[in-house]
Design a protein around this ligand. Sequence first.
Ligand SMILES: C[S@@+](CC[C@H](N)C(=O)[O-])C[C@H]1O[C@@H](n2cnc3c(N)ncnc32)[C@H](O)[C@@H]1O
Length: 232
Amino acid sequence: MVGPGIVEVQMLKQLMKKFRLIECTVVEPSGEQITSYKNLVEEQKDALNGVTFDWRQETIQEFCKANADGSKKFHFVSAIHSCYFIAKQDLDFYLNTLCEWTKGKILIMLGAETGCFNRLEKKFFGSTHPSKMLPRENSIRESFQSLGVSYETKVIPGECDITSCFESDSRVGKLLLDFLLQRVGCRDDGPPELLKVIKEFLKTEGISHIRNGRIYAAVPTHVIVASTSYGA
Ligand SMILES: C[S@@+](CC[C@H](N)C(=O)[O-])C[C@H]1O[C@@H](n2cnc3c(N)ncnc32)[C@H](O)[C@@H]1O
């Protein structure tokens, strides 16, 4: 669960200070992201000497199902900003599987409820929107609680430059609005009135702030670290 691997390579370098040999299983459904990660590993091969990679182009759900025989064992599992597309009702099963396989730590990081993106979603997306079915930080905590797994949590601050959302000819702004509203082409084809209200919302105090003439949305991250001992 990795994306292009930028954060993960940094983590591997830190782990290498303590462990000389590391076996790293990369579970990522996007071929494009795996290629980026592989390129990064190639660029930094000297620094990563001692790490062997097992590339799996699949979702974590597919990975858990394909290895249901329980032969997988890990000391550390990370899912950084990649736990968004698992249906809430499936969460217990996948977290349980990961806990069964891990004797060590499971690190999950995801956008905090108080952040701009989540608050935008809460305010403007209907109750039947697919995003409402996705897990949030509280669903993950509840899952760990029901599994009897101990965990620690922390919220770390973050921000995202959303100035381009207000620049009518910006390509980045168009893509960022598509991402925020989860609809392709919303700037050019969406209802102009709704877009106006959303842009006003994005400028609301507490949602964003202006610094040096640029607009930054608050996007704090929730960090959850669970300690596991093959399920316990
Ligand atoms: C925002 S990127 C995270 C990148 C990186 N971890 C970081 O924080 O910079 C999210 C990645 O999670 C992957 N992803 C989404 N759903 C997933 C799932 N169910 N199983 C595994 N990976 C998933 C996506 O393909 C994407 O590459």
